[in-house]
Design a protein. Structure first.
Lengths: 698, 330
């Protein structure tokens, strides 16, 4: 650990796992070599509510290659108090359409799939309700919302302030049911070793955190976490859908119980990804703003309504960031939910912030216009000195600088604010901007890392972190190299295995905060215990210290999106010609992988703005358009000029690296910037996403 | 696995002889639609007769100046053929607007015509669909029908034929050459696909066992100035909300002749006969184009969720005719 001149953090290193991936040698969960595997194909309920009357599996059991048909009648018992989403096949009750009611396990995936179609399930249907609307009679206030955040907040007197305001706006914004579809499907290979009841379970599983998967699954199965090993070295995307294990993992585990130790492989089909991998709930938001003559906000009221599942609650923290974004003396935020007979909604890239900022930043654009003030200047004018609802100082907040520098690079100056002013042939052209903020979540402490000295001055770093395509393999090696004072090539990383020191999942844009902190702590302890030149074999495991600043400062990443949009005057087609994001991320550990994450998030925001919409049929309770030909996400042709840049920064309150969260920051606000630009192009304000062509037809 | 037999006959009569007597047999070419449907459990042929390697993979000039496109010519090859790009630009454009490069590399000319008229409910074996299970009801009628028909639909089915290529072929008055047990026959493109009526399970007029061998393009000089415009929310790999294939011949400011067909509006590619009639002899002005479009769409009967297709189709028709009149083609 002698001094090394060059720091690895900040270098745009290529992914160290890149060559393995592009040559097909990186073994994803389904490709992990296992001996004598079997294959699973699930059986899904075809009613949305009711109970199973009978299951006739005789034809399936007699089909070539079939080993067993798993149903609630032969499934092992799970813990009675298990997570309701994971406690499957324990009774005959149908809680949502497409619920797993069984599975066929066979010698080949083709045989399993075919035989699954031979199983006859009869149901006694009960009335179901999957409708979602603001005046639903079952609307209720949750006790808290995702991440343990308070349901409501109130400061001052919003109604009075709105009544007295010089300008007010009051609009309803809606975002649809959205389904995330990682390139790598949700995949599990489950194998039991040893006798039933005393056995150990190995899972090759595609997830965002091996430790999280283990700690959530073990209690469901009623066994000690030490008897579960989850291995996930390479993961082809998650977007939140792999943050927590879903029912498919339990299905494979239950099936593996019945086949005498043979591994059971289950890779979801794309259609099953729509039904089993969670989703973003549709939401209805109302934003009311009041402003004085100088364009200073006097009132901010932001309420959201989301759909949740009747049998397990999940409600996004949609208005949470509104509590910290703009100054105003009178404020109110609320979250409400409508229970439905649907599968459990879940985490979808920036749950809360993504839909919330579509509404808030659309409303800010509308208010800027109402006040006759440039959208950037209007936001600058409402910049708070301290976090409005807590009074805490900001750890760092370069939001204004993001807007100013973004505007300069985009060519915002001199923009005519009047909508509909620019036309090129059949295209109406407009520009728009929106703000972005993503809070630092400190949800799960206890992340550990181990550092071991190897011969020749090399080190090995062990941590059950996850690389879901983010570049964590590489960025963690960079943090490690600086912490150990060696070139990055001298660090061997091991991640993605619950046998390694436990770690927070890759979620909430907080993975690097926990992982990097633990690694730096482990390097410090190693040095403390073994000196600057530890002998090979010297090894320590250390726990990331709790952040002493939590609750004392307000920590957020910030950004500003600038969009140029064209709308076809004949057909209403919307295309995004340019998208520029300028961000405040603290210190950037790897500019190459950071940029990829940011533009990926921005493209996902573009996709949300223009395309994504799951259509639920109230009669059947299912998503009608459940494949990628019908559920549209942005294709290459939709992505023209997209770029992400950032300001120099270093936020020492966040973590020892000075780095803020990146993974979700890019998507927050992107859809609003595009909607604001489309309004500037056409004069038509679309408040319900996606902005499909018919909404601009005249 | 799904049990089925697979045969690869040496010639077309052999293929017909294999399929014709067996109701459970189907021809297989690119497989881009049929194999999907087998996986989804909505097509269950027990015999697949592979015709993709029969000698129908050429594009030839015909003595009358037309062009014969073999049924096995891949969509990507047809789109790239210089003869097609020069003489029938609307066809090349339509092909390139369809599907994705990977699908176009596999899909054949004959198979493209025979892809199912379909919708999301048709593709989901757990929901009622008259096309999939006659008499079970139409789920789209009172369900999700944003993409569905506004012209020529019935209460039995409101699905649309998704092909782009077929829209251009319809506008061009192409002829489909078919081989059956009783010999060869020729079916005009305009009569090849059916409206749903009482028998939505039938997409085309082909009898079981009839095999498409070629599609003939007539020597239509005006097609050299033609265009295909596909309106869709996603810039690629999306079915048309509406599409327009058109050719326009104008002399001294007056429309001499016009060919117009619409996609995304009906159970079959929709030849805009009324619009063509209104255009012939009319001044080549935007007002006249709009009147022609309105004439075509006068009988449109949209559903609550797809009413936008009527103004969208009208605007798209006007835009394409306007561009063609201005000398552009796309």
């Amino acid at each position: 650990m002698t001094g090394v001149a060059e720091r690895a953090v900040g270098a745009p290193l290529v992914r160290r796992d890149g060559p393995l991936k592009v040559t097909g040698r990186a073994a994803y969960a389904y490709e992990q070599p296992v001996a004598d595997p079997l294959y699973l194909f699930p059986i899904e309920a075809t009613v949305a509510r009711g109970r199973i009357v009978s299951i006739d599996a005789a034809a399936a059991e007699a089909a070539d290659g079939v080993v067993v048909v798993l149903t609630h009648r032969n499934a092992a018992r799970l813990a009675p108090d298990a997570d309701p989403e994971l406690r499957i096949l324990q009774d005959d009750v149908i809680r949502f359409r497409n619920q797993f009611v069984g599975a066929v396990v066979a010698e080949t995936s083709e045989a399993a799939r075919y035989a699954a179609g031979l199983v006859r399930v009869e149901y006694e249907e009960a009335p179901h309700d999957v409708t979602f609307r603001a005046d639903h009679p079952e609307l209720y206030a949750p006790e808290s919302v995702n991440a343990g955040i308070a349901t409501d907040s109130v400061f001052g007197d919003v109604e009075m302030a709105l009544a007295k305001a010089h300008r007010t706006i009051d609009h309803v914004y809606s975002t649809p049911l959205e389904h995330h579809n990682p390139m790598e499907p949700h995949t599990t290979v489950a194998a039991w070793h040893g006798e039933d009841g005393s056995g150990r379970l190995t899972l090759h599983d595609s997830n965002q955190g091996a430790s999280t998967a283990r700690s959530m699954l073990a209690p469901v199965l009623g066994i000690a976490p030490e008897r579960v090993r989850v291995i996930s070295p390479y993961v082809g995307g998650g977007f939140g859908s792999k943050a927590m294990p879903h029912a498919h993992v339990v299905l494979a585990v239950l099936a593996a119980r019945l086949v005498g130790g043979r591994p059971v492989k289950f890779a979801m089909s794309r259609r099953q990804t729509f039904t089993q991998a969670s989703h973003r709930s549709p939401q209805i938001q109302r934003v009311r703003l009041g402003a004085d003559r100088d364009g200073r906000l006097t009132a901010i009221a932001h309420g959201s309504i989301a759909q949740t599942s009747r049998f397990k609650e999940f409600v996004e923290q949609t208005t949470f960031v509104t509590r910290s974004m703009y100054a105003a003396p009178n404020r109110s935020t609320t979250h409400r939910a409508v229970p439905s007979d649907v599968s459990v909604p879940g985490i979808f890239r920036a749950p809360g912030e993504t839909p919330g900022f579509f509404a808030l930043e659309s409303a800010m654009d509308e208010m800027a216009l109402a006040c006759g003030i440039d959208p950037v200047e209007f936001r600058v004018r409402n910049e708070p000195e301290r976090e409005p609802e807590t009074g805490l100082p900001f750890s760092s907040r370069d939001y204004v600088a993001c807007m100013r520098e973004g505007a300069r690079r985009f060519g915002w100056e001199g923009r005519d604010p009047a909508p509909g002013g620019t036309r090129a042939g059949e295209w109406l052209i407009g520009t728009g901007m929106a703000g972005c903020a993503y809070p630092a979540y400190f949800l799960r402490g206890g992340t550990q890392a181990a550092v071991e000295a190897l011969p020749d001055g090399r080190y090995r770093v062990d941590i059950a972190a996850a690389d879901i395509g983010t570049g964590a393999w590489t960025a963690l090696a960079q943090v490690s190299a600086d912490a150990l004072g060696v070139p990055v090539e001298d660090v061997d990383m091991a991640i993605g295995d619950s046998a390694l020191p436990p770690a927070a999942m890759a979620g909430g844009s907080m993975g690097m905060t926990f992982w990097g902190t633990a690694i730096i702590e482990a390097a410090r302890v190693l040095r403390e215990r073994f000196g600057e030149r530890p002998e090979p074999g010297a090894r320590v495991t250390a726990t990331a210290p709790d952040n002493p600043h939590v609750g004392k400062v307000s920590m957020h990443a910030y950004g500003a999106h600038f969009a140029e949009v064209r709308v076809n005057a004949d057909t209403g087609e919307v295309r995004v010609s340019r998208l520029l994001g300028m961000f405040d991320l603290g210190r950037v550990i790897n500019p190459r992988t950071t940029r990829s994450q940011l533009i990926g998030g921005m493209i996902m925001g573009l996709s949300m703005a223009l395309h994504e919409e799951g259509v639920r049929d109230p009669r059947f309770g299912h998503t009608v358009n459940c494949d990628l030909a019908q559920y549209h996400i942005a294709a290459h042709a939709d992505v023209e000029d997209v770029d992400a840049i950032w300001l120099d920064g270093d936020d020492r309150y966040y973590n020892p690296m000075g780095a803020k969260g990146v993974g979700e920051t890019g998507i927050v606000g992107a859809a609003a910037a595009i909607a604001n630009a489309a309004h500037h192009a056409t004069g038509i304000r679309v408040r319900d996403l996606p902005m499909t062509p018919e909404k601009f037809l005249r | 696995m799904i049990p089925f037999d697979y045969r690869r006959p040496d010639d077309a009569p052999g293929a017909v002889a294999l399929v014709a007597p067996r109701p459970d047999a189907a021809f297989l070419a690119g497989g881009t639609n049929l194999v999907d449907h087998m996986r989804l459990g909505i097509a269950r042929p027990e015999l697949l007769v592979d015709v993709s390697r029969l000698p129908f993979d050429t594009i030839e000039r015909l003595p009358d100046g037309g062009v014969r496109v073999g049924a096995a010519v891949r969509n990507s090859d047809l789109a790239a053929a210089p003869l097609i790009r020069r003489r029938y630009p609307m066809l090349a454009a339509a092909l390139l607007a369809g599907a994705s490069p990977q699908l176009r590399n596999l899909a054949t000319t004959g198979g493209n015509l025979l892809q199912r008229t379909r919708c999301a409910y048709f593709q989901d074996a757990t929901t009622p669909c008259n096309k999939r299970v006659p008499g079970s009801g139409c789920s789209a009628l009172d369900g999700f029908h944003r993409h569905h028909a506004v012209l020529g639909a019935s209460d039995g089915c409101v699905a649309v034929h998704p092909s782009d290529m077929a829209v251009a072929l319809t506008a061009l008055d192409a002829q489909v050459r078919v081989l059956g047990g009783a010999g060869e026959r020729v079916v005009p493109m305009t009569e090849f696909h059916r409206l749903p009526g009482e028998r939505p399970e039938r997409d085309t007029v082909l009898e079981h066992g009839e095999l498409i061998t070629a599609v003939d393009l007539p020597p239509l000089a005006m097609a050299a100035r033609s265009a295909y415009r596909k309106v869709r929310e996603r810039a690629s790999y999306a079915f048309a909300l509406v599409s327009v294939a058109a050719a326009l011949s104008v002399k001294d400011g007056v429309v001499v002749d016009a060919r117009v067909a619409l996609g995304g509006v009906a159970h079959r590619p929709w030849r805009a006969v009324r619009a063509e009639g209104a255009l012939r002899g009319a001044p080549a002005t935007e007002d006249a184009f709009r009147a022609a479009a309105d004439a075509e769409l006068a009988d449109a009967r949209p559903l609550p969720g797809n009413a936008f297709k009527v103004p969208m189709a009208r605007n798209a028709m006007v835009a394409v005719l306007r561009d063609l009149n201005a000398g552009g083609a796309r």
